[in-house]
Every structure is written in structure tokens, then in C-alpha cells.
Design a protein around this ligand. Structure first.
Ligand code: ADP
Ligand code: ASP
Ligand code: MG
Length: 477
């Protein structure tokens, strides 16, 4: 059995949905299909929620109307009349529910995390009903299942954590019987959405459909979890920053997790852990080019010789410098310092320390002012926003201790504010001004992965043959 997850752009419009039908129909196994909301719908729902919360009922309902029209238009893809009528009824049920919620919130003028989840979930509830109908219309034996009956989570609305045992039980009862019916058996559900044991709707956080797919695949012991998206796999860098980026054929799970955490949006950062724990490989594939091999992520070694798998970057990060206002760092200083971040529920990405000071970066800045005030009770604090992080990731880093020198060499002339090499030595992280990020990424990518044409085997700048990732750093390190 395969878990096949289709992201928002893969179900964005009629053309994309037809490609999904082709891809699913050709799968050699029974399939458990997980879909995101149609591209842009979750953003629109979040906007509608904000407007309703501000009491602007008409503007919120206008957004809901646009979402309704988009889904009902797409339902025109279903040729069979009875299937189409049933799909439209299902969609209208979800979309009427959305209108009701927005009306109520506009009266109350108050959005809670719980009501926010009920609204945000509509995107996946509707898209999954639509895709199920289109697949059934193509002749597949399809069963639509409500994700809230499958994915059991805790009650942290907006970023709920799945409960694997409960979810496995639900899947055994509700999905297994259909999947076991034959090799074309197809179950369709929405990603991103779950429910507490009490039945309150939850969501896993933005981009969470990947995470849903991984949880479903892990709980059911799938042969593979396929993440179908709009690029050819995990690329050597964010293609919006480095247009030359190209796919990485194989990644270790630890590399993929590190890249996802440090900004490779193609994978939700929590996706890898459940898949690895269950020994299920994850493959990232392009729904626009299904013939491309994609990227395969497994727990084991990748066989890659080059030390680096890829670069990732995070923009809009804040950096905080905290200096002990005693002369030296007394013991207890670090504890007090980290307690402040714990109290304000803000996680730290990168840390460096010296004898008297600690520098940290945060990408969640909502509580920065409170954090600074609390730190100032025992330390001198300065902070800067508009910073960025670049993370160089590769299992081979540990065997190439001189790589840090090559990285700084490639960035000659750029002001590097922090450098940190993880104890796992699977990543090397640098912090710099956001304005310097595009040129720094371009230089690092050129240095370690070469330009796109350097992927053709041949001598690279170091005079060594380029391997499949065309990295030149094996030579320098
Ligand atoms: P989906 O809607 O399929 O979940 P996302 O938009 O969440 O897709 O993720 C795919 C996007 O991730 C790509 O279009 C690309 O712009 C971005 N991205 C950032 N870093 C990387 C990377 N290293 N490899 C591939 N894609 C990346
Ligand atoms: N639709 C949700 C979002 O846009 C979840 C996802 O696409 O993974 O964040
Ligand atoms: Mg995504």
C-alpha cells in the first residue's frame, strides 16, 4: 500500500487535478491518498477568519463565496451525474458550515484557537471530497474518509500533535477494510486536519499535510510515503533563492529533517520522524513531471560521496545578544537565560556562546519584546531583526572538518554574524544579514554544487571530477 500526498499546487485547478487522476490510477498498489486544500485556500480561510474576528461579516462571507465557487466549478470535472450531485452535496455541507462559523465569529468578534481550526480545516475537508469524486468518476473504487475520524491529536489547536496509537486504531477500523479490497482500492482523506478524542477539530500547523501523510503511512506500515509537489524533489537549495538548484537523489532522514527544519518548505519539519520510526521510506515527487525520479529519503546511508546534501535558509530571523552583567558568566546564567525562552514558549534555532555572552536566533518574533524585557533583568541585551540563517547539511560533514574554512572562504566579504557546527556535525549554520542572503546563497551553491551545467561529469573548479551532486567541497576539505 502506498500513501500518496498531493500538495496545494498539485490540486490547484482542473489541469492539476487531471494529473492527480493519472498518477493515482497508475500506482501499482492500493493507495491511501492525502490531499491538501486547493492552492491558496488555507490562506483565504485565515484571512476570512481575521475579518470575521474583526466583525467584518460581509468581507469574510465574500471570501467564503469565492472558495465555494472554486470548488463547485472544479466539481464540473465529475462527468457522472450521480457522482457529481453527491459531490456537490458534500461540498455544500462543508461550505455551508464555513458560512455559519464565519457569521457566528463576526457576531462574537472573537476568534479562539479552536474556532480557528474549525475554519482552517474546511480547505482539506472540501478538497478531499472533490478529489475523491473525481477519482471515483475515473472508475477507481474510492472511499472518502473524514480526516477527523482518522487522525487523533492532542488539543493544541493550530499545532496539534498526532496520537499514533489512537490513529493506528482508527485506520485499522476504518481504512484497512477498504484498502484490502484489491490492488486499485483507493482511500481519500484530507491532510492537515485531525480531531481530539472529544471530537474537536484540530490542525497540525501550516504545511501540515505532509505530516498527516507521514503519520498515516507510519501507522499503516505503508510501502512508501510519496509527497507529490511542484518541484523535482528536495533541491540543493530553495529554488526561489537559487534558481540553479537541482534535485538531490538520496537523502538520509536526518539530513531531510535538518533541511526541513531550516527552511526547505518542500517538507513539513515533523514529517520524517514517524516515517523513520516505522521504517517507511519517503519519496518527494513532482506531479507536473511524474516521470522524474524525485528524492528518496531513508533512514540508512545514502552512498553519497560529497559531504553536503543541500543548503537551506530561513529569512526574517531575529538575533539576540545577551551579555552577563557580571564580569564572567556565573553558573546558573545559562539556565536563567533559557528559562526565559521557555516561559515565552519561543524556540531558539542557533546558539553561540563566549565567556560573557550568548547569541541566539529566533524565527518566532511575536514575543521578542517581552523576552528582551525579561532578559534585561539580569543581562545586557541587544537584538537585531532582518537577519537570516543559512544551514549547510550533509552526513559527510563529519568527515570533512575543514569544510567550515571553505564555507567562510566562499563568503569572503560578507559579514557573518554567527557560525555554529552541530554536535551531530551533520549541519553547519551561519547567521548573516537578510539583505546579504541571496548573494551568499548563490556563492555557496556555486562553490559546493557548481552551476547547473557543472552537473555534467567533468572537471570542476577544483580540478576534481564532479559527482552526482556536483559538489566541489570534497576536494577542499
Ligand atoms: P506543497 O503545496 O506541494 O506542499 P510547498 O509549497 O509546501 O508545496 O513546498 C514546495 C515548495 O518548496 C517548492 O515550490 C519550493 O519553492 C520550496 N522549497 C524551498 N526549499 C526547497 C528545497 N530545498 N527543495 C525543494 N523545494 C524547496
Ligand atoms: N493547507 C494547509 C496549508 O496551506 C496544509 C498543507 O497544505 O500542507 O498550510
Ligand atoms: Mg507543503
Amino acid at each position: 500500500m502506498l500513501v500518496m500526498k498531493f500538495g496545494g499546487t498539485s490540486v490547484a485547478d482542473a489541469g492539476a487535478i487531471r494529473r492527480v487522476v493519472d498518477i493515482v490510477s497508475r500506482a501499482p498498489d492500493s493507495r491511501f491518498v492525502v490531499v491538501s486544500a486547493l492552492a491558496g485556500v488555507t490562506d483565504t480561510l485565515v484571512d476570512a477568519l481575521r475579518l470575521a474576528g474583526a466583525g467584518d461579516r460581509d468581507a469574510a462571507l465574500a471570501m467564503a463565496r469565492a472558495i465555494r465557487e472554486r470548488h463547485l466549478d472544479a466539481a464540473g470535472l465529475v462527468r457522472d451525474r450521480a457522482l457529481r450531485d453527491a459531490a456537490v452535496r458534500g461540498l455544500e455541507r462543508e461550505l455551508d458550515g464555513l458560512d455559519g462559523l464565519l457569521r457566528a465569529l463576526a457576531v462574537l468578534r472573537e476568534v479562539t484557537p479552536r474556532s480557528g481550526d474549525a475554519v482552517a480545516a474546511v480547505g482539506e475537508l472540501a478538497s478531499s471530497r472533490l478529489i475523491a469524486a473525481v477519482l471515483a468518476d475515473a472508475g477507481l473504487p474510492v472511499r472518502w474518509l473524514d480526516a477527523r475520524d482518522l487522525l487523533v491529536t492532542d488539543d493544541r489547536h493550530g499545532g496539534a500533535a498526532p496520537r499514533l496509537d489512537d490513529t493506528a486504531g482508527r485506520l485499522r477500523d476504518r481504512a484497512r477494510p477498504h484498502l484490502d479490497a484489491g490492488s486499485t482500492a483507493t482511500v481519500v482523506t484530507g491532510g492537515f486536519v485531525g480531531a481530539t478524542t472529544d471530537g474537536a477539530t484540530t490542525t497540525l500547523g501550516r504545511g501540515g499535510s505532509d505530516y498527516s501523510a507521514a503519520v498515516f503511512g507510519a501507522c499503516m506500515g505503508a510501502r512508501e510515503i510519496q509527497i507529490w509537489t511542484d518541484v523535482d524533489g528536495m533541491l540543493t537549495a530553495d529554488p526561489r533563492v537559487v534558481p540553479d538548484a537541482r534535485p538531490v537523489a538520496r537523502l538520509s532522514a536526518a539530513e531531510a529533517a535538518e533541511l526541513a527544519y531550516f527552511g526547505a518548505k518542500v517538507l513539513h519539519p515533523a514529517t520524517i520522524a514517524p516515517a523513520v520510526a516505522a521504517g517507511v521510506p519517503v519519496r518527494i515527487l513532482n506531479s507536473r513531471r511524474p516521470e522524474a525520479p524525485g528524492s528518496l529519503i531513508t533512514a540508512g546511508p545514502t552512498g553519497r560521496e560529497a559531504p553536503l546534501a543541500a543548503l537551506a535558509c530561513k529569512r526574517g530571523v531575529a538575533m539576540v545578544d545577551i551579555t552577563s552583567n557580571r564580569m564572567l558568566m556565573a553558573y546558573g546564567f545559562l539556565r536563567r537565560l533559557f528559562e526565559v525562552f521557555e516561559r515565552f514558549e519561543t524556540s531558539i534555532d542557533v546558539v553561540t556562546t563566549s565567556e560573557v555572552s550568548v547569541s541566539v536566533t529566533l524565527d518566532e518574533r511575536t514575543r521578542l519584546a517581552e523576552i528582551v524585557r525579561a532578559l534585561e533583568e539580569f543581562a545586557d541585551v541587544t537584538h537585531e531583526s532582518a537577519m537570516a540563517i543559512i544551514c549547510l547539511v550533509g552526513e559527510g560533514l563529519r568527515d570533512h572538518p575543514a569544510l567550515a574554512g571553505a564555507v567562510l572562504g566562499a563568503l569572503d566579504g560578507v559579514t557573518v554574524r554567527m557560525v555554529s557546527q552541530a554536535a551531530s556535525r551533520r549541519n553547519l549554520t551561519i547567521v548573516l544579514r537578510d539583505a546579504d542572503l541571496p548573494s551568499a546563497m548563490a556563492r555557496l551553491h556555486d562553490r559546493f554544487f557548481g552551476r547547473a551545467q557543472a552537473a555534467v561529469p567533468g572537471p570542476d573548479a577544483t580540478g576534481l571530477p564532479a559527482d552526482d551532486t556536483a559538489s566541489a567541497c570534497g576536494a577542499s576539505a
